[in-house]
Design a protein around this ligand. Structure first.
Ligand SMILES: [Zn+2]
Length: 92
């Protein structure tokens, strides 16, 4: 999804969240509705999806620990969901 952002310097509109395509002025992140690099902001009312951490700034070994944690978290949620589902059918 592309968001049109207005440049506070020249007033032109563009899709680049980091800087203006016309004059190159960096976006003032506090005065615009720019996504600010956080994809969660557009998905606040959607079911969270399993996403692997692919951040290139984090070393690979650290990322594998984070991703193992993410997988464990989803496994716990899946088991919890299965128990809740079974409890529902026991109750009715
Ligand atoms: Zn501009």
């Amino acid at each position: 999804m592309a968001t049109q952002l207005k440049c506070t310097h020249c007033g032109d509109w563009g899709e680049d969240p980091n800087s203006c395509a016309s004059c190159g002025t960096p976006r003032d992140v506090h005065s615009t509705f720019a996504n600010q690099g956080n994809p969660e902001r557009f998905k606040a009312f959607e079911m969270p999806a399993m996403e692997w951490n692919t951040n290139k700034k984090i070393p690979t070994w650290k990322r594998s620990i984070i991703n193992t944690g993410k997988a464990l978290n989803w496994m716990v949620l899946a088991v919890g969901g299965a128990i809740a589902w079974m409890a529902y059918w026991v109750a009715v």
